[in-house]
Ligand binder design. Structure first.
Ligand SMILES: [Zn+2]
Length: 139
């Protein structure tokens, strides 16, 4: 089984080839959309939001590359990882890990959510995080 590293932030589809979605909130008064979820609107301060699914696609706003292994990742051979800020069509700009090498990323490119296995837990479940990958490539 695949389980999220922290519940309440993204879906984990049963099918491995299905893209996960981010769990967001939409204000019932002004319709502003947020990630992560919240009860009170940060724009108009209205109390009361509806749960919405975000993504799975977005546009790369900006990115950087960390030349150290990812925190909590079992495979320390991985040289580093990208981090990007991604604009979702629903409104929020979210930060996430990018799948690929520094040469793979370009501001404005389309990205799609997928899941990355960090490690296995004591029960043998795969602990996953969400990440964004360039749409052209399958990771
Ligand atoms: Zn609002």
């Amino acid at each position: 089984m695949r389980i999220p590293i922290e519940p309440g932030y993204f879906t984990v589809p049963e099918k491995a080839d299905e893209a996960p979605r981010l769990l967001g909130s939409k204000c019932r008064k002004c319709a502003e959309v947020f990630f992560p979820r919240r009860m009170t609107c940060a724009k108009c301060l209205h109390r009361g939001t509806d749960d919405v699914l975000l993504g799975p696609r977005g546009t790369l706003y900006t990115w950087t590359y960390c030349h150290i292994p990812m925190f909590g990742k079992l495979d320390a051979k991985v040289a580093g990882y990208g981090v990007g800020q991604v604009d979702l069509p629903e409104g929020p700009r979210v930060q996430g890990v990018l799948s690929g090498k520094p040469g793979d990323f370009k501001i404005g490119m389309p990205l799609e959510l997928d899941l990355e296995v960090l490690r296995k837990n004591d029960k043998g479940d795969e602990v996953v995080i969400y990440r964004f990958r360039p749409v052209e490539k399958r990771a």
